[in-house]
Design a binder for this molecule. Structure first.
Ligand code: ADP
Ligand code: MG
Length: 159
């Protein structure tokens, strides 16, 4: 378990950009934490680091949104940004997102799901779980938990 302190929203954005360096097509990242914790803010940094198109906003009123890879630069991988409240509490968000028939497949995208708390405990598929905590002084901390796959090795590379 890695813990990182994020004093300001700019730090959260910068951390997301750094995290994007670890990410590749087919990945699933689950962001947990209460409303206002910074899940969307962190996703903005990830999107910037991947170099995808379009403003990243809360997906609350859609199930999922695809941000295409910028053909003029970036990493050539799309970002699928989803809100778990819209997905229901099925066991495998990637399968459910694939069923939406978006204009992108999860195998060719990085999928980031804003998950809320307490929904995800039994998800078996390899993923990176990121818990955001908001403190009384308005700073945030994130805990990174590797679940399966090669996430532990990849997190070690984050330093
Ligand atoms: N260190 C921080 N990290 C992330 N957001 C922060 C931080 N400090 C203040 N904020 C503010 O908190 C809010 C987080 O909102 P958002 O990212 O939409 O949360 P969530 O998606 O978890 O509901 C934003 O208004 C952001 O500017
Ligand atoms: Mg949000």
């Amino acid at each position: 378990m890695t813990e990182v302190v994020l004093p300001t929203v700019a730090d959260t954005y910068a951390f997301g950009r750094r995290l994007a360096g670890l990410l590749r097509a087919g990945d699933l990242v689950l962001l947990t934490g209460p409303l206002g914790a910074g899940k969307t803010a962190l996703t903005r940094g990830i999107g910037s680091g991947l170099g995808v198109l379009g403003d990243i906003t809360s997906p609350t009123f859609v199930i999922a949104r695809v941000h295409r890879a910028d053909p003029a630069g970036g990493r050539g991988v799309a970002l699928v940004h989803a809100d778990a409240y819209r997905l229901g509490d099925a066991g495998d968000p990637r399968a459910e997102i694939d069923d939406l028939d978006l204009d992108a497949s999860v195998d060719e995208s990085v999928t980031v799901v804003e998950w809320g708390e307490g929904l995800v405990e039994q998800l078996a598929d390899a993923h990176l779980r990121i818990r955001l905590h908001r403190h009384d002084d308005d700073t945030r901390t994130v805990e990174l938990e590797p679940v399966g796959g090669d996430w532990a090795e990849r997190l070690a590379a984050l330093g």
